[in-house]
Design a binder for this molecule. Structure first.
Ligand SMILES: Nc1ncnc2c1ncn2[C@@H]1O[C@H](COP(=O)(O)OP(=O)(O)OP(=O)(O)O)[C@@H](O)[C@H]1O
Ligand SMILES: Nc1ncnc2c1ncn2[C@@H]1O[C@H](COP(=O)(O)OP(=O)(O)OP(=O)(O)O)[C@@H](O)[C@H]1O
Ligand SMILES: [Mg+2]
Ligand SMILES: [Mg+2]
Lengths: 229, 229
């Protein structure tokens, strides 16, 4: 469950103030499939970084799974992320010195209370599901852009987080591969009740969402609930 | 004018050989608008890197503007690129310590024989054409993913190169912004006779191409010439 209340995000550059988000309100039920759409520069990554606890709002509150997260300190936010969230970055952010397999394994090593018996099986099964199992021993610079993107998706899912935040997760993928990823996410939603919040520019991916928030110039223009159709 | 003859690109990883490109043949006329399509991992970036002289084939020849480029050494390739080519990278590759303006200016500083009187005007006009002029004094980490992509496009065009190679140049852009970029490229093609070779997953961008090469698993499956329609 995610609730954004009266969210403002302002960047100060010298005397200039850039209002990236203004009075953003969002309510996301557990287990839903939510898409955030809007032009380049409208604030989608900024919203996702706030939900993902990678950034703090200038003002306003963010409730995630009954935890107010806007006032957590850096260490508390890192712990909260490790326990609850998975994040697919717009620029993937893979670790260059680790192999594809090790990149996906990494979040599992960060959670202390998980027993590691089933880890290998889970990692291999995710790599296979996103279609990069043949690349598992390569390093990020030895694979294609779309392969990197899929490794980033697998990494976000490996800890079976409550909420997955994905910033344009299919931007570098062809139609068929993109749908493979979307189907994987929907399977996790159905089986694990994972909540998915993702931004995308792709109309066919937007078409898969239950709820669509439209952003423009930092404000929410529209919220569409398609579940009644 | 670009001609790829019997191109092979093989990556050696221990005892394993990965044939990323097999017997690729391509012929691109000056001033044409060529799209390379195919699934993630099929070899598009590899082909573009070869045309862009950022990489060398394992075997085969590459003729660009009457210059055989496959046997040029590193320095010769860098000079050839600076004089003739513009490249939009799949991951943008902006220089973090330079502002948006300075990133676009950079290739102009690398060409020694250009007089710099009109540079500022050209840079500002390109920044405006791709829609990022308000971001010109920011650094790459202070702008959105799609804004970075557009800065990368502006940078590839600023030296008015003979050939522009663009690796998924609209992946991070919404529909309207993507078409702004495509229209800018078509204007340059018409006015400057620039050749454009780009990869994309986006059907509506593919629809703008005159010639479409389809790649699959490292080999060319099809070449479609749509100019007779
Ligand atoms: N340095 C390398 N070493 C080993 N394999 C590589 C290397 N670089 C690329 N490859 C492999 O070559 C194949 C083609 O890669 P390429 O980046 O050209 O694909 P692409 O068509 O651009 O894919 P995408 O649409 O995902 O960007 C991929 O399977 C990739 O893993
Ligand atoms: N650190 C920063 N300092 C100043 N401005 C910033 C900073 N980060 C982002 N911005 C600005 O905030 C606005 C929103 O950025 P954001 O990355 O959220 O857009 P977006 O909707 O994700 O765009 P895209 O579709 O291009 O990825 C942009 O205009 C951007 O330039
Ligand atoms: Mg973004
Ligand atoms: Mg590629």
């Amino acid at each position: 469950f995610v609730k954004l209340n009266n969210i403002y995000k302002t960047y100060k550059m010298g005397d200039v103030s850039i209002k990236a988000l203004k009075n953003v309100e969002m309510e996301i039920e557990a287990g839903s499939f939510v898409s955030i759409v809007g032009p380049s520069g409208s604030g989608k990554s900024t919203v996702l970084n706030l939900i993902g606890c990678l950034d703090q709002p200038t003002s306003g509150s963010i409730l995630i799974e009954n935890q107010q997260v806007q006032d957590l300190n850096k260490k508390q936010r890192a712990d909260f992320r490790g326990q609850n969230l998975g994040f697919v970055f717009q620029n993937f952010n893979l670790i260059p010195v680790l192999s594809v397999y090790e990149n996906v394994e990494y979040p599992l090593l960060m959670i202390k209370n998980e027993d590691s018996k089933n880890h290998r099986e889970r990692i291999l099964s995710l790599l296979d599901a996103v279609g990069v199992i043949d690349q598992k021993d390569k390093r990020p610079h030895q694979i294609s852009g779309g392969q990197m993107q899929r490794v980033a998706v697998a990494r976000a899912l490996v800890t079976q987080p409550k909420i997955v935040i994905a910033d344009e997760p299919t931007a570098n993928l062809d139609h068929d591969t993109a749908f493979k990823i979307i189907d994987l996410m929907k399977r996790m939603k159905d089986q694990e009740k994972t909540t998915f919040v993702f931004s995308t520019h792709d109309p066919k991916i937007i078409g898969e969402a239950e709820i669509i928030y439209t952003l423009e110039d930092g404000t929410i223009q529209n919220r569409e609930d398609r579940r009644d159709n």
